[in-house]
Design a protein around this ligand. Structure first.
Ligand code: PMP
Length: 351
């Protein structure tokens, strides 16, 4: 094998997704999926898709879907970019950040795909430490940089950043593209989408995977002013990157039209999150403030890794990151009320 090929493959540290068990019946609280099925309107859109629709190629521009997204945010379709999951949108954003002299910035504790994309695309990066309480201090991002990327709420902590702080970040970095990854914003965060008309350096990235229960469908999108959105399009079309397929476009559109289902599910998840938080605190856990569909919790007397393994043996999977500063935490996705109760009962029996 060529030494160049092996050099590339051996240097990459790939992203490791959470486990997706195939056979066992588990209480699955490890990858922040929705505990609910998608809106019935989504299922109808899929069921009524005809052979005639499937035998043709999909709309390469996803026009109907982009228009529906734009309407939601009072933007134009030209200010919306759609991709196969927000991971694809984010990957393209990283490719767009490539040509800068200064490193891009993101928090030291954040979505673990960011360093992977940076490494893969040769984007120099610097991590910015979170405060001791795991919050982001936007003042720390006032330095020469080639771009900034922040999840809000942050992952895997769930800690939100106030919109006023995001605005401060944008004002202090007018020459840099600032990507706000709002994968979890619908569970109580403040979206920066309304700032798009004001800041030409802002990209807001959303997904239908979490609050719309469509992780299996792979739909995400970015909101931004035309030059950034057009740039993402050029990047996407320069790769063997596919448009959203026919089912994804139809089902995503149906999901966006069912506002009642969306509000109800988000409210239920938030309600269960607070139920779970109280239960964990009663068991002695310290739980970070979360505006997401998961909690980040540690127990002062128990090893997180041991708790993770003991839960796993009982058929309950949560997420454990064996990384500095967070190796005593568990990230627990918000399941149904019964899932939360099962987790609390299992923990109570082991503590
Ligand atoms: N951003 C963050 C912060 C996430 O946690 C995830 C989910 N792993 C994503 C983006 C990607 O989600 P998807 O590709 O399903 O839209």
């Amino acid at each position: 094998m060529s030494r160049f090929w092996s050099a590339i493959t051996q240097q990459l540290t790939p992203y490791v997704p959470g486990e997706q068990p195939r056979h066992q019946r588990l209480v699955k609280l490890n990858t922040n999926e929705s505990p609910f099925d998608p809106s019935p309107a989504v299922m109808r859109a899929i069921a009524t898709t005809t052979g005639d629709m499937l035998r043709r190629y999909p709309d390469p521009e996803s026009v109907a879907l982009r228009e529906a997204i734009a309407d939601r945010f009072d933007l134009r379709a030209e200010q919306v970019f759609v991709g196969n999951g927000s991971d694809e949108v984010l990957a393209h954003a990283f490719q767009g950040l490539l040509k800068h002299a200064a490193p891009i910035l993101f928090p030291d504790i954040t979505y673990s795909f960011y360093p992977v994309w940076a490494q893969l695309y040769g984007v120099e990066f610097k991590t910015v430490p979170l405060r001791a309480d795991f919050s982001v201090d936007v003042a720390d991002y006032r330095r020469d940089n080639g771009g900034i990327i922040l999840p809000n709420p942050n992952a895997p902590t769930g800690v939100p950043l106030a919109l006023a702080e995001v605005r401060r970040l944008l004002e202090g970095n007018r020459d840099s593209v600032v990507v706000i990854d709002e994968a979890y914003v619908d569970f109580g965060g403040e979206s920066a989408a309304a700032l798009v008309p004001e800041f030409d350096n802002l990209l807001v990235v959303h997904t239908l995977s979490k609050s719309r229960a469509l992780a299996g469908l792979r739909v995400g999108y970015a909101l931004g002013q035309e030059p950034l959105i057009e740039g993402l399009g050029r990047i996407k079309n320069s790769f063997n990157s596919y448009p959203l397929d026919v089912l994804a476009q139809r089902a995503a559109l149906a999901s966006l039209e069912d506002e009642a289902w969306f509000r109800d599910c988000c409210a239920q998840v938030i309600d269960s999150r607070e139920f779970l938080r109280e239960g964990l605190e009663q068991l002695g856990f310290e739980v970070l403030p979360s505006a997401a569909n998961f909690l980040f919790a540690s127990h002062p007397e128990r090893e997180a890794g041991a708790l993770f393994s003991a839960l796993r043996e009982q058929g309950i999977i949560v997420r454990y990151f064996n990384k500095p500063r967070i190796d005593q935490h568990l990230r627990i996705s918000i399941g149904t009320r019964e899932d939360c109760q099962a987790l609390l009962a299992a923990l109570e029996a082991m503590l």
